[in-house]
Write a protein that binds this ligand. Structure first.
Ligand code: 56B
Length: 306
């Protein structure tokens, strides 16, 4: 995760389209210092949970598919989480590694109770197959084995995920430098931590090492809070819902500056309160705020990473 931290900081100090506003960070930190808002994991009540290895399998499948909902206005993360939950409740072997390798687009639609093609459906199917195959080859088909290999380290888990599953390698090149964001790999660690309440499969000694998960909701919230400022051309692009190309300077800056800004916010809140704040806690608060704000306009990039 050090790579995520240092490379996103590099983007923030070389950015052309997005600026991190330290006065904005100061204001948010000042507001938060007296009442650190805690958002419960699964505040929506949409996830599968049985306190065992099947929950780990569920979360891995969920985060394999946890990207790009916006092209269909009615599709959202909630549909995915609850659709997979219902599927697993009615068929406990639905996410066995051999079955993951065989799903088709129409079968995935059925799982999510969806009648039209899903956004990036072929990519979703390909990534499911990839995860099933590698789980079978290296982890006896079980996501729980993968987690057991990590010695209660979230950093090790992210490293293992990105080593074994190419679809989780969320990195890019910006102004000649390799930038790491690792959104879905980190969110998998955070989901385990949240679901198991920091115990069992969710026990990570270094949960403080993970950063926020750079998606399309958090940058929009940060802009609304005055923490990020956009150049007018980027602002117009977002307001007009014009697509931003994956890997473009604008896209990388939106994501990387979000990670960097929340790291700075976290340091400031910790300094003001004398208490350790986690990026994952700030992320959940920002994200929950964002999805409850339907007028929030976010950037649109077709991507399998977020
Ligand atoms: N930064 C950040 N991004 C997150 C999440 C989550 C869900 N986390 C669950 C874990 C525990 C909680 O109870 C949450 O339910 C999804 N996303 C991203 O949002 C986008 C979908 O948005 P919309 O189109 O409106 O459904 C998409 O990029 C998706 O990947 C998060 O926590 N943090």
């Amino acid at each position: 995760m050090e790579e995520v931290r240092s490379t996103t900081a590099w983007v923030a100090t070389h950015s052309s389209h997005v600026t991190v506003d330290f006065t904005g960070i100061e204001k948010v930190a000042e507001n938060m210092k007296n009442s650190l808002p805690k958002v419960e994991w699964d505040f929506e009540g949409i996830h599968y949970f049985d306190n065992g290895p099947l929950t780990v399998q569920y979360l891995l499948v969920l985060d394999t598919l946890n990207f790009c909902f916006w092209p269909d206005e009615e599709m959202s993360y909630d549909h995915l989480a609850s659709g997979l939950k219902v599927t697993l409740e009615s068929d406990k072997s639905a996410f066995d590694a051999d079955r993951l390798q065989k799903y088709t687009g129409p079968q995935l639609r059925k799982m999510l109770n969806w009648s039209r093609p899903l956004p990036l459906e072929d990519e979703r199917v390909r990534l499911l197959h990839e995860v099933g195959l590698e789980l079978e080859r290296s982890f006896e088909g079980k996501a729980s084995k993968l987690v057991e290999c990590c010695d209660n380290s979230a950093a090790k888990l992210v490293a293992l995920m990105t080593r074994h599953f190419p679809g989780f390698r969320d990195h890019t090149v910006y102004k000649g430098h390799q930038i790491f964001l690792y959104k879905r790999a980190q969110i998998f660690a955070a989901d385990l931590w949240g679901a198991f309440k920091g115990e069992g499969y969710g026990h990570f000694e270094d949960i403080s090492s993970i950063t926020i998960f750079a998606d399309y909701i958090v940058p929009a919230v940060l802009q609304q809070l005055g923490v990020l400022r956009y150049r007018s051309s980027l602002d117009n692009t977002i307001k007009k819902n014009t697509e931003i190309v994956s890997g473009s300077e604008e896209e990388v800056e939106l994501r990387a500056c979000s990670v960097y800004a929340v790291e700075k916010m976290k340091e400031l809140i910790s300094k003001k309160t004398g208490k350790q704040v986690l990026s994952v806690e700030l992320d959940l608060w920002l994200w929950a705020f964002g999805i409850q704000c339907p007028s929030l306009q976010h950037h649109r990039t077709l991507s399998v990473y977020y």
